[in-house]
Design a protein around this ligand. Structure first.
Ligand code: GLA
Length: 729
């Protein structure tokens, strides 16, 4: 936190009590409204948001701007606060724009006029208090600053004391941000097409990134975006802002530009509006909005966000992740104990450190031979696996690999013992058909006994075979008939929010009870990639699309927000793709395999072994270093090339990955690969490697020559890859 300025005046008086890092300020209407205004500035790194109460006490956002050390305070120029937009407009304050807050009070009132009543600061936590006395309602705008990473978390807490419940139709997570008109980069999604990026200036009107899923927050769109004011976001120049809603359900991120004020962008961020019935005295806490910014491009923004994500958004963010061998694409549901053991031996031989048995291992009365049966019955299939889970963990032990297992504990197939015993445990509406997707239904986590069942299920699996060190937690459908038997008829709208909170409760219980078990987040591929759910997980399965060229683009886009260490990337035989290229792509994220070792030739096995060995050598850099995106896929002039690097500032080591996505004419002097972290005063040893040959080219280079001439690009053929290990000597 660089500076927080609070001054007073206007229509309120202000009593300040400060002690240490804490500062509490209570505001009350000043006698005679003696021309004093109250302003609050919250600064994070080089940026600041400032607010001020107007003559009616409504909160206005004065600015959102980059600060300079010479100009640290609030400056609203000669304009009165009324000239600035409302920060958290409620319905009635400005009906021309989507309100931050929209509700129906217990007695049918819909207008709401929150005024500023207080401001509290405790260290890096800020709370701006608003209230509407007529509605006996308070809205706290909460802001948590992470000064070292220039990251800001925002959320709102709404509470009332009416004689009966209030219904919330919409509640934004954050003040409605007002910023200069920028370019927006968004990441739309579909199954096997996650992280599909597009960039354009925000047009007049409303542009919305929305996902309607309650199970999969990335159904159709990922809750992440970039805004840049000097043209499209660039790696090294121009102010850029990243935003993401940390929520495991439906999101709405909308970008509004009016004809009359086209120079100003209004951003509304929050969960999908729903009729949430809020009882007196209960607090409705919105999901958190995460903001990060950089004055000089996406590279430093990424460095900040990766640091923050490792420390605050994922579990054990400083720990290196193992090389995982998954079975899904190699076997689907078709395996038994001998086959699994053969694969374990093959996996260990390739250099895998953890063996992950995917779907198909469970079900007794309704064995999971395909996706039509068994979900809900989490006992090992006695025919496929007569020695049960302990038989698998001891086999893994013998082969020197850790053991992991696939689960989908929030779901049930109607063909299961669970459904036969508890048909009322699913999300459904009375007298409506129960629509199946992938032959399954969603368990109703709003019911306490279902939460106990899910937590107990995971616990029973882990207790049955204590050698299990990893779970892939999947969720393969969304909610279609949104009814819960745990909610009364007038509160069914609460399901959209309560189901996410209930799921997080279950996930938190599992993470807390089993701190040493690593968890992968998966939902039909990358459907659950969000900064909220990740806090109980170690990594995310980015997509079921494992084509290396598609994956390279997805990993590239996701890396703006998420460190590659948490992006699980497995080498498969998808479409008969080239193994060396697929390995090289997976090696720039959290490396692993998903193929049948028995179907590999001797040469292919050595290639995989070589990939695993090189990955082990550079893992600390890929998983913990600073990322440099060097040549973007499909960028004009890139000639089919992509390059990215990971640099360890403490060791002076780096690994650079070069990929030729499409064929190019090449030429030795054409398009060198830049090495922007090199220090002029250093000397470097550069080793150029490929996976197709043991041969390597080693050269000595000065920092000066690396900075000026870069690395000579050796590739021309489509889907080929090269690696450089660039170490300061
Ligand atoms: C989902 C996952 C896959 C795999 C299957 C198993 O589709 O995304 O990786 O685990 O389920 O049924």
């Amino acid at each position: 936190m660089s500076v927080t300025t609070l001054y007073e005046g206007g229509w309120h008086s202000c009593a300040v009590a400060a002690g240490g890092a804490d500062l509490v300020c209570t505001l009350a209407p000043a006698a005679g409204h003696a021309g004093r205004v109250t302003a609050i500035e919250i600064a994070v790194g080089e940026a600041a948001i400032s607010f001020e109460a107007d003559r009616d006490g409504a909160l206005r956002q004065l600015g959102f701007r980059l600060r300079t050390p010479a100009e640290p305070g609030i400056d609203r120029g000669p304009f009165p606060p009324e000239a600035f937009p409302l920060a958290y407009p409620a319905w009635g304050q400005d009906v021309s724009q989507s309100p931050a807050l929209r509700l129906t009070s217990h007695d049918g009132l819909r207008t709401c006029y929150p005024v500023l009543t207080g401001y509290e600061r405790s260290g890096d936590d800020h709370r701006i208090r608003l209230a509407d006395d007529r509605l006996a309602l308070t809205v706290d705008l909460c802001l948590r600053v992470h000064p070292a990473d220039a990251v800001l978390e925002q959320w709102a807490e709404i509470e009332h004391n009416q004689p009966g419940p209030v219904t919330l139709q919409a509640a934004a997570a954050a003040p409605v941000l007002h910023a200069p008109t920028p370019w927006l980069t968004r990441f739309d999604a579909d199954w096997a097409a996650e992280w599909t990026a597009s960039t354009a200036p925000v047009p007049i009107g409303t542009t919305t990134i929305q996902s309607l899923g309650a199970v999969r927050p990335c159904l159709r769109a990922s809750p992440f975006f970039l805004l840049a004011t000097d043209g499209p976001a660039a790696e090294e120049t121009g102010p850029v802002l990243a935003g993401s809603l940390a929520w495991g359900g439906g999101t709405r991120l909308s970008f509004e530009r009016r004809v009359a004020q086209a120079e100003r962008l209004r951003v509304w961020c929050g969960q999908q509006p729903a009729d949430y019935v809020l009882d007196p005295g209960a607090v409705f806490s919105t999901p958190r909005m995460i903001w990060a910014w950089s004055p000089d491009g996406t590279r430093s923004l990424t460095h900040r966000l990766h640091r923050w994500t490792r420390s605050h958004a994922v579990r054990d963010g400083q720990r290196l992740r193992p090389i995982v061998f998954n079975t899904w694409e190699a076997t689907f549901f078709d395996f038994d104990q001998p086959k699994v053991e053969r694969m374990m031996a093959g996996a260990a031989d390739l250099g895998a450190e953890l063996f992950l048995l995917d779907d198909g291992w469970f079900g007794t009365e309704f064995p999971r031979a395909d996706d039509r049966a068994g979900l809900g019955d989490w006992q090992a299939d006695p025919v496929k696996l007569p020695a049960g889970l302990p038989g698998l963990t001891s086999a893994a032990d013998q082969h020197g690999v850790r053991f992991g297992l696939w689960v989908e504990p929030e779901m049930v197939n109607p063909a299961s013992q669970l459904y036969r015993s508890h048909p009322d445990w699913v999300v459904s509406e009375p007298e409506r058909p129960r629509r199946e997707e992938r032959n399954q239904l969603v368990l109703d986590l709003c019911r306490p006994q279902v939460r106990e069942f899910v937590t107990g299920t995971v616990g029973a699996i882990l207790a049955d075979a204590p050698g299990i060190g990893y779970l892939k937690w999947d969720a393969n459908r969304d909610i279609s008939e949104p009814g819960s038997g745990a909610l009364s008829a007038d509160r069914q709208g609460n399901l959209w929010t309560d189901t996410v909170r209930a799921r997080w409760q279950v996930m938190a219980a599992v993470a807390e009870r089993w701190p040493d078990v690593e968890l992968m987040l998966c939902a039909s591929g990358g459907g659950r990639t969000d900064l909220g759910t990740l806090r109980w997980f170690h990594e995310v399965w980015l997509s079921d699309n494992t084509d290396a060229a598609a994956r390279l683009r997805m990993q590239w886009h996701a890396s703006h927000f998420l460190p590659p260490q948490i992006l699980a990337a497995h080498v498969t035989r998808w479409g008969g793709q080239d193994l060396a290229f697929a390995c090289a792509v997976a090696m720039s994220a959290r490396f692993g395999f998903d193929l049948d070792p028995a179907a590999l030739s001797q040469a292919e096995r050595s290639l995989c072994r070589r990939a695993a060995a090189i990955y082990r050598e550079v893992r600390d850099l890929v998983q913990g270093g600073e990322m440099f995106r060097l040549i973007a896929p499909d960028a004009p002039g890139s000639a089919g090339r992509v390059a990215l690097a990971f640099f360890g500032p403490a060791s002076g080591r780096a690994v650079v990955f070069g990929y030729q996505l499409s064929a190019s004419a090449g030429g030795p002097a054409a398009h060198p690969c830049p090495v922007p972290w090199a220090g002029r005063e250093f000397r470097y040893r550069v080793r150029q490697l490929t996976l197709t040959s043991e041969a390597e080219v080693a050269t000595e280079r000065t920092g000066d020559s690396l900075l000026t001439d870069g690395l000579v690009w050796p590739l021309t053929a489509e889907r080929t890859a090269v690696m450089w290990l660039v170490n300061a000597t």
